[in-house]
Design a protein around this ligand. Structure first.
Ligand code: SF4
Length: 385
């Protein structure tokens, strides 16, 4: 696999409190594409990244590409979430950095429909792949189904890229396992104040995995300083739930207020990290299947809401979060489906809850600012009680 060393790229975004540097996404990917790296654009959220890595394909994830939505609306209903709109706008531009096609995992109906549209109606010059993740929990049927779709996807890639080297797949799984181990440790450190990092920097670090080569991302994680002793606790402790982390403006605002997001239930965050450390991979197929089924519960995979509530409650206890922020993407059906009952249950437990709705705009409205301030006042009162 192509190793993209720090000396070859532009690290123009220095993350102050971390004392480590995260490359700018666009420049990083441009340089990578110019070097001849195969790059596939992958839509949210769960896909067998290790399989792509084993074929020397870099998976760069497309969640919320910047830029105005100009052409995508013509192809979509008005009640479609901004992730789908922004992703389609990005795809319609046929960006040079994507040269190995697009992958649409079956995260929700909207993304599944988008995949079909891009493949059959709009048409792009690159291959379009789909990956239909199983819904529901671990059982004989779902595990067999997952193994089958992994093998089918491997066969599809082999028709283009030639036979898979099993050693490369095992190496990719080992790399993925190392990344997961670091992420679990960092997440744990975050919950217990052993990470001197503000909200903005923390989520920049989490989201860098969406575009960095896995080896570069691992190097970055290795540089994160986990403190021996807990640092000063934030004035108030918050957990956030949703698809993406709150926008940079909201994270900055929470930083200014002294509110720390100490735990997350985000699809782009902890819902993609196994609930507990896994054994080092020996058989790739077993490892990939097991890994999928030990991910935390998620609205996009269906399953038992009680299990989700139990998981959230465990995270809140472990992080001593005082309140929950639901940062809801407008028109996100899977999240809306669970939201009402989650809010009701948390309120019954006297846990303060704030729900914001986002269209992924970069600015924060005056109304949202006021609501966040009022909410944090409640948390401050709880902290000082
Ligand atoms: S935000 Fe919700 S509806 Fe939109 S792509 Fe993600 S899961 Fe699907």
């Amino acid at each position: 696999m192509l190793r993209f060393s720090k000396h070859e790229t532009t690290f123009n975004e220095i993350t102050k409190n971390m004392n480590i540097s995260i490359p700018d996404r666009s420049e990083y990917l441009k340089t990578l594409a110019q070097s001849g790296q195969k790059i596939m654009g992958v839509l949210p959220a769960l896909y067998p990244r290790e399989l792509l890595w084993a074929f020397d394909i870099h998976a760069t994830e497309i969640w919320d590409p910047p830029g105005e939505i100009l052409h995508a609306n013509a192809h979509l209903q008005t009640t479609i979430c901004p992730i789908v709109k922004k992703s389609l706008e990005f795809i319609l531009k046929e960006p040079d950095i994507i040269n190995a096609g697009y992958l649409f995992p079956h995260t929700c109906d909207s993304l599944q429909n988008l995949g079909t549209q891009v493949k059959d109606l709009i048409g792009v010059s690159l291959p379009v792949y789909t990956f239909y993740n199983p819904k529901g929990s671990f059982n004989k049927m779902t595990t067999k189904y997952y193994r089958d779709i992994l093998q089918n996807y491997q066969l599809t890639l082999e028709t283009i890229y030639g036979p898979l080297n099993p050693e490369k797949l095992l190496a990719a799984c080992v790399l993925s396992h190392k990344i997961d181990s670091y992420l679990l440790a960092i997440q744990q450190a975050r919950m217990t104040d052993h990470l001197a990092m503000n909200n903005l920097d923390y989520f920049k670090l989490m989201r860098a995995q969406e575009y960095l080569l896995p080896s570069d991302y691992l190097s970055l994680l290795e540089q994160v300083d986990i403190l021996d002793q807990p640092s000063e606790s934030p004035r108030a402790r918050l957990m956030v739930s949703g698809i993406l982390p709150p926008t940079s403006e909201i994270l900055r605002f929470l930083d200014e207020l002294g509110v720390g997001i100490v735990a997350d239930d985000l699809l782009a965050g902890s819902r993609r990290i196994p609930k507990f450390p896994m054994d080092t991979p020996v058989s790739p197929l077993d490892y990939l299947t097991d890994r999928f089924f030990v991910l935390p519960p998620c609205s996009t995979r269906g399953g038992d809401l009680d299990e989700r509530l139990h998981h959230l409650s465990k995270l809140m206890d472990a992080s001593q979060a005082q309140g929950m922020l639901f940062d809801m993407i407008k028109f996100c059906e899977p999240e809306l489906f669970d939201h009402r009952l989650l809010v009701k249950t948390l309120r019954e437990k006297n846990i303060p809850v704030l729900t914001l709705e986002t269209e992924l705009d970069s600015h924060i409205s005056g109304q949202d600012k006021t609501r966040i301030e009022a909410f944090t006042e409640i948390l401050f009162e709880m902290a000082s009680a």
